[in-house]
Design a binder for this molecule. Structure first.
Ligand SMILES: [Zn+2]
Length: 1023
């Protein structure tokens, strides 16, 4: 697995960053970290200290704990300081749980298929297996220097045939279940890596691996039907203890949407089936667009539009889906000449072909209207008339909140944006509203019974402004506003549907008129002033709409207008009712759609797991052997395996597909590793491997695509449970015991790659009875990046990376572990800080001296506590705090607590001092295991500290006797005083009353009551 790991070249700057310890070193003699660390690493290796046997043996009575890191991709460059941060955290948890008497599984292995080794092979001719083995050796050697408590007996490597045999086995199970299928639809293709990519591997239109813009290419592919698991992958996210951000990224990637799928009736063409999440807007449907790659597209094209349409279709074929659906891209299209009927209102709609509609999403066809940005732009571009069917909804609050139990008046209104003759000024009315606020709004009012909109407009202008010579230009597009409020003057609720009109003054002619109920006061203002002065919400909104007109779609949810009997329904209500109508009348149904696409699983590259399938030609199917008595060249064992699956031979694109049960199907040697780029992998160049003789007159040819780099990491956590099992992927009893991963740590960049793919495979394995749980990783935590001291990301190309080897040789791995865990909160990014690493070293150095200095020396005595009881109490508090902090992954505060314990001092009493030291060594063990072992042995212990239990604390000793109680009088803090824990309110009051600085606040007031929060606050309420 890869992501945040880069490695360092040596730089002058780096030397400066690592070496400031010299100034400290010169002042004092320090512990020999390399001697101590190599001694204990040797000891652990010789004693196989971290070996973990499976539960059917002696430890099955213990509870289990599975601590796992995302296993690394062993790159040629080795580890950088970002790697061990996550591994150290897992090691701390694993060691702590082990000390808490859990049976702990804590393994490490290698995710080793992938492009770097293959690209290196292309360059140098070195077999990727050789490069990979060397890289693994280097990584292992580096990791061993950290003293991680890995059970190295469980090491796995995804490129070993013993491992990938089972990756292939899972693929065949998916194939048998119909979840792996062939397709020759165009897919994402990286021209640089010369391979197809999954959607998850395309980031902003570029190859996740190399950054090259991705192209669309039709090559035969193997695809896994992950979408069949979309619903479960989505709903089960809720019960995972994962960072909320990662869960949200998976939810969005899966992208569930509920909508209505229905038919527009073809008038002179086939019906068009569309999918929409906004059926509430269907009454404004203005056109239908089908995807250029819609398989029936030709049936919609009229003869006289054929030339233009074909040209358009050809052009779009050259674009990728990503290009076609880019937000900032010009939406283009072409009219087919066909029309369909809207089943909801019988309106006739033109059928277009448009590149922004994808055949791979929904039904490959949509209807367009005024309530979608993209549709709106498209309609404007091609002159398709639009109308509004969703009005803005505005419910007044405050004094205008609609009241229960009063009559509701319904009114249609017109509001007028009145422009003067030269178009520079607009008329605004001002008046004192019912709540005495100063209202400024446009002219407008209700449409009376029998009145047209135009008549109402002229009437309102005349009544409110006395102007009579005006020209009604047009309604403002998208200006319907639906509002509900309470009218104080009438004691009634009012529901108003208003539309805004653009009107122009033709002359200054005015005729006085005194009939309106308000004292209006109209004034002319410039555009800028209008923007500032208008203070009715809906008028302000419509003013902005007017300014942007006609380039503005109304995409909000609201209330239906122009929608026949459905007018007045809210968008949400309408979606339900209209979908029901479609279902009842048989022209549509409710449908759930996902953004998630099936997983493009094959790669046209060498260094991956071969896909174990054999193709045979159509006509050869009949000659397949069915029993071992047939005249065939297949050995009996293979035939037996085939017997189970011969009935499941699948019709592929070019023939029949036969699972090859002779696993592992090993990667053959090749002469050249270079991919051809035309959809064939380097494996295709080895005829002897490709050709399979299945019988005397029957041959087949192997699949030459390989699996993607994500295959091996989809299930590796299962193999760690039972790494050498040759009969099964994992033993049933063993996997039942270990269950889900209890603590999983890794980078956030795998959110919709590894973490999604692994959940999919795991659920499939659950369905076929291989695993007893349906989620692989119960608790996941992300590790925060370590940055270069200037706050930039470490990167190999910039040369600003720190090699842990350098830090270890300078300070030791215990210091590096301790430092990385104290940098910041574990999940936070933090810059490398040289001064702080010296601090971690000093703590270890001091602890070492505590254990090695004679207690009669003055130096030792300078480290003793003022009071033994206080030191012992601090010790118990530290045991409690460190345990709780490890459980909550607050490693930095746990280390701070150990520091406090050391600084408080060692008890003077010899026996207590011994206990104190024994506790300190055990608390230190998860963080700095080498030092902890050394201290433990200095105390006279012969067994490894790893086998020792976690210290227990006495609860009573963790409670402070003295508490600080705040005294509040009349809501103000007047002082804070120490009391014994458990003091009563009365005792507190009697004590403080006698203090002059408190007493003065109690003079001349009446105490109403006292509120006492034990051990914290006495609040005296006075008047
Ligand atoms: Zn690439």
């Amino acid at each position: 697995m890869r992501g945040f790991f880069y490695i360092s070249p040596s730089t002058k700057e780096k030397i400066d960053i690592i070496h400031p310890i010299n100034s400290y070193r010169q002042k004092s003699i320090m512990y020999n970290h390399s001697e101590i660390e190599s001694k204990w690493q040797r000891y652990w290796s010789e004693h196989d200290t971290f070996a973990c046997t499976n539960p059917e043996l002696e430890n099955s009575h213990k509870p289990k704990f599975y601590a796992l890191d995302m296993f690394p991709y062993p790159s040629g460059a080795g580890l950088h300081v970002g790697h061990p941060k996550g591994y150290t955290a897992t090691d701390i948890i694993a060691r702590y749980k082990h000390a808490k008497w859990f049976h702990v599984l804590h393994p490490m292995g290698w995710d080793a298929f992938g492009l770097p080794a293959e690209n290196y092979a292309i360059k140098t001719g070195t077999h990727p297996a050789i490069t990979t083995a060397a890289n693994i050796d280097r990584f292992r050697e580096q990791l061993k220097k950290f003293g991680f408590a890995f059970d190295w007996n469980r090491e796995i490597d995804t490129t070993s045939p013993e491992y990938y045999k089972w990756s292939q086995w899972i693929f065949l199970k998916l194939f048998e279940a119909g979840l792996a299928y062939e397709s020759d639809k165009p897919i994402n293709f990286c021209p640089s890596c010369k391979t197809g990519l999954a959607n998850e591997e395309v980031v902003d239109g570029k190859c996740e691996r190399c950054g090259t813009p991705v192209e669309k290419k039709a090559i035969r592919q193997w695809i896994l039907a992950i979408t069949k698991y979309a619903d479960r992958l989505l709903s089960d996210i809720d019960r995972l203890d994962w960072p909320e951000g990662i869960k949200e990224m998976q939810r969005n990637w899966i992208g569930k949407s509920e909508g209505c799928q229905f038919f527009f009736k073809g008038i002179d063409c086939p019906d068009v089936e569309v999918f929409t999440t906004r059926i509430d807007t269907v009454f404004s449907g203005a056109f239908v667009v089908i995807a250029p790659d819609h398989p029936r597209v030709q049936e919609y094209i009229h003869a006289d539009h054929k030339k233009e349409c074909d040209k358009y279709i050809k052009k779009t074929q050259e674009e990728s889906d990503i290009e076609r659906t880019k937000l900032d891209k010009q939406k283009t299209g072409v009219f087919t000449g066909s029309y369909v009927t809207n089943p909801f209102n019988g309106e006739k709609l033109p059928v277009w072909i448009g590149d922004f509609v994808l055949w791979s999403y929904g039904t490959g066809a949509v209807f367009g209207d005024a309530h979608d940005e993209r549709d709106f732009v498209f309609a404007k571009k091609y002159g398709i008339p639009l109308k509004q069917s969703i009005a803005y909804e505005y419910n007044f609050d405050g004094v205008y909140t609609p009241k229960n139990g009063v009559e509701t008046l319904k009114r249609k209104c017109v509001d007028v944006i009145l422009e003067n003759q030269n178009g520079e000024f607009f008329l605004i009315e001002e008046f004192n509203a019912e709540n005495n606020s100063h209202a400024r709004h446009f002219v407008g009012g209700g449409i009376e019974e029998g009145e047209t909109e135009r008549e109402a407009i002229l009437k309102e202008i005349k009544e409110e402004s006395w102007y009579v010579d005006v020209e009604v230009i047009a309604p403002v597009e998208m200006s319907y506003v639906y509002s509900k409020w309470y009218r104080h003057t009438k004691n009634k609720n009012q529901e108003t549907l208003a539309q805004f009109w653009h009107v122009k003054l033709k002359s200054e002619e005015r005729v006085s008129c005194e009939i309106d109920e308000w004292k209006h006061n109209g004034k002319w203002y410039s555009k800028d002033q209008v923007e500032e002065l208008i203070n009715w919400w809906n008028h302000k909104l419509m003013w902005q709409t007017f300014l942007r007109w006609p380039q503005y779609a109304m995409t909000d949810e609201g209330v239906l207008v122009n929608s026949w009997e459905f007018d007045g329904l809210t968008s949400a209500e309408a979606r339900k009712v209209l979908t029901e109508k479609a279902e009842k009348e048989g022209f549509g149904k409710k449908v759930v759609n996902y953004k998630l696409r099936d997983w493009i699983f094959s790669r046209q590259r060498y260094w991956g797991e071969p896909i174990p399938l054999i193709h045979i030609e159509d006509e050869d199917k009949e000659s397949l052997p069915t029993t071992k008595h047939d005249d065939c060249w297949i050995d009996g064992d293979m035939l037996k395996k085939w017997d189970k699956t011969l009935g499941k031979i699948t019709r592929g694109i070019s023939g029949w597909l036969l699972p090859d049960w002779d696993l592992p199907l090993k990667l053959p040697e090749v002469e050249k590793y270079e991919p051809s780029g035309d959809g064939e992998s380097p494996l295709a160049t080895i005829p002897s491997w490709v050709h399979v003789q299945l019988g005397k007159n029957l041959s087949g040819y192997r699949e030459t695509n390989t699996m993607p780099q994500w295959a091996g990491s989809c299930w590796y956590y299962l193999r760690f449970m039972d790494p050498t099992n040759s009969e099964a992927i994992v033993d049933t009893a063993v996997v039942k015991y270990w269950g889900e991963v209890d603590s999983y740590i890794g980078g956030a960049e795998h959110a919709v790659l590894h973490l999604l793919y692994a959940r999919f495979w795991h659920k499939f394995l659950f369905d076929i009875g291989v695993v007893p749980t349906d989620e692989p990783f119960f608790r996941l935590r992300n590790v925060g990046l370590i940055l270069w001291p200037d706050g930039n990301k470490m990167s190999k190309s910039k040369g600003n990376v720190i090699n842990p080897d350098d830090v270890i040789s300078e300070y030791g791995s215990d210091t590096l572990r301790l430092y990385e865990m104290s940098m910041a909160d574990f999940a936070d990014v933090a810059p490398w800080n040289t001064k702080a690493i010296v601090g971690s070293y000093r703590l270890l150095d001091k602890i070492y001296r505590l254990f090695t200095t004679d207690s009669t020396t003055t130096e030792y005595q300078s480290w003793t506590a003022k009071e033994d009881l206080s030191a012992i109490k601090t010790m118990h508090k530290t045991i409690k705090k460190v345990g709780e902090d490890i459980e909550n992954m607050k490693f930095n505060t746990a280390i701070a607590a150990i520091n406090i314990m050391v600084n408080e001092g060692i008890p003077t009493d010899a026996e207590q001092a011994h206990e104190w030291k024994s506790v300190l060594a055990r608390l230190l063990q998860p963080f700095a295991p080498h030092m902890a072992e050394e201290c433990w042995s200095l105390l006279g212990n012969e067994e490894s500290i790893y086998t020792t239990e976690w210290p227990e604390y006495i609860p009573a000793m963790t409670i402070d006797d003295e508490v600080q109680i705040a005294i509040q009088i009349g809501g103000k803090l007047r002082g804070t005083y120490p009391f014994m824990r458990g003091v009563t309110a009365e005792e507190v009051r009697m004590t403080v009353e006698n203090k002059p600085e408190i007493a003065k606040w109690l003079e001349g007031v009446t105490v109403v009551k006292e509120v006492f929060i034990p051990n914290k606050i006495l609040n005296i309420v006075v008047k």
